[in-house]
Design a protein. Structure first.
Length: 384
């Protein structure tokens, strides 16, 4: 079990724990959330915040929060940083006394009342501390054992490199990496047209079928043969997308799905699990998320168009049904051809360096766009 106690509610805030959220007024006598279950010893939860008065249709300001593993924690507002900070209590006796007092005074919420259906456990089954610790890089400023900070403005290394390329392109000075390295996502790189993805001796085969790239490069080499890491990253990137409105995480979620769907050689049990996971994800898709971060063109190309090398469509019936329910694809026109222009846009890549043929997929589709990667603000939602 984990417990989170609040020192105070200094400013009005919407507080979320996993998939649920609730509003707390300034100085309201709310003292925390207790008995947060961990189905596995290394399973994770996330607490998140958005300041001020918000409504379901208001994106509001920055949404930020903390992924945490099992432990006892405090939340205290930092007026200098202007955010609620999380830290772990090492004096368990003192902590338990405080928690018992708040329980007796009905000043804390029990976690099961927030997530009675255990949706969280079903959509984060492969998300553990090892995975989160590997992906989330808080640098040295916010680094804490068992806690990882995330917010809606965090970028991926891939986004940073595209932005750095643009900065260098417009600079007459010596090129250098001037971007900050605090708070970035180190997701597994999926670059569909890189030299690793397309072998010089199998260009046509590897372009049309990503099986070699999936099985030999991503799973065998990058993930050391641990398919559970790919599943965990699929789950983790989705949660960061819907809770924080994080654009880079949405890109990674789509990239993993595209990699699997465009591979003909995927273990049947794995594709069945992906069908189950993604259909659950689409079930909990918050209102307002679809139009902002879902790549409808990609999904429509898979199910209604002629996307080159789309191998798994017949094997994911639950995903297809949820896409129909969410009005992302059409029910009675699954063979509809996607407009050629949209298809061309989906297949655009960024040539990161002309001499080494390294490409970035779906991040920056126009050299005329000098603003760099777009970061989407946090999305407010409230579990009914």
């Amino acid at each position: 079990m984990s417990n989170i106690l609040f020192v105070d509610i200094t400013i009005e805030v919407t507080i979320g724990i996993d998939l649920g959220s609730f509003h707390v007024r300034q100085n309201q006598p709310f003292k925390g959330i207790v008995n947060i279950p961990h189905i596995k010893n290394d399973s994770m939860h996330v607490i998140h915040f958005q300041h001020g008065s918000t409504t379901e249709n208001d994106n509001g300001g920055l949404r930020y929060g903390y992924w945490f593993s099992q432990g006892n924690y405090y939340i205290k507002y930092n007026e200098t940083e202007e955010l609620y900070e999380m830290f772990q209590e090492i004096d368990n006796d003192k902590y338990n006394l405080n928690m018992q007092e708040y329980l007796n005074r009905n000043m804390v919420s029990e976690y099961p009342r927030i997530d009675e259906e255990n949706n969280w456990g079903t959509v984060t089954d492969e998300v553990n501390w090892s995975l989160v610790n590997k992906i989330v890089d808080n640098g040295t400023l916010k680094e804490q054992k068992h806690i990882k900070y995330v917010d809606s403005s965090m970028t991926t290394l891939e986004e940073n490199e595209v932005l750095q390329k643009k900065l260098n392109r417009g600079s007459t000075e010596t090129k250098s990496n001037n971007l900050p390295h605090e708070n970035v996502f180190r997701y597994t790189r999926i670059q569909f047209k890189s030299n690793k993805a397309i072998r010089s001796t199998h260009r046509m085969e590897d372009y049309n079928d990503k099986s070699y790239y999936l099985n030999n490069i991503i799973i065998r080499d990058d993930m050391k043969g641990q398919i559970s890491q790919l599943v965990g990253e699929l789950e983790f990137s989705f949660i960061n997308s819907i809770i924080f409105g994080n654009y880079g995480s949405s890109l990674q979620w789509h990239n993993i799905i595209e990699l699997l769907f465009r591979s003909s050689k995927v273990n049947t049990n794995i594709i069945n699990k992906i069908d189950e996971i993604v259909s659950r994800q689409l079930t909990i898709l918050p209102s307002g998320y679809k139009d902002i971060l879902i790549n409808e063109t990609l999904w429509q190309a898979f199910f209604q168009g002629s996307f080159q090398g789309s191998f798994q469509m017949a094997n994911v019936p639950r995903i297809r049904q949820k896409l129909i329910e969410n009005h992302i694809i059409e029910e009675n026109n699954t063979q509809k051809m996607v407009d050629d222009q949209e298809q061309d846009e989906q297949e655009e890549y960024i040539d990161e360096a002309e001499n080494n043929n390294t490409y970035y997929h779906n991040i920056d589709s126009s050299d005329d766009d000098e603003d760099g990667p777009t970061i989407v603000g946090g999305i407010y939602y409230n579990k009914g």
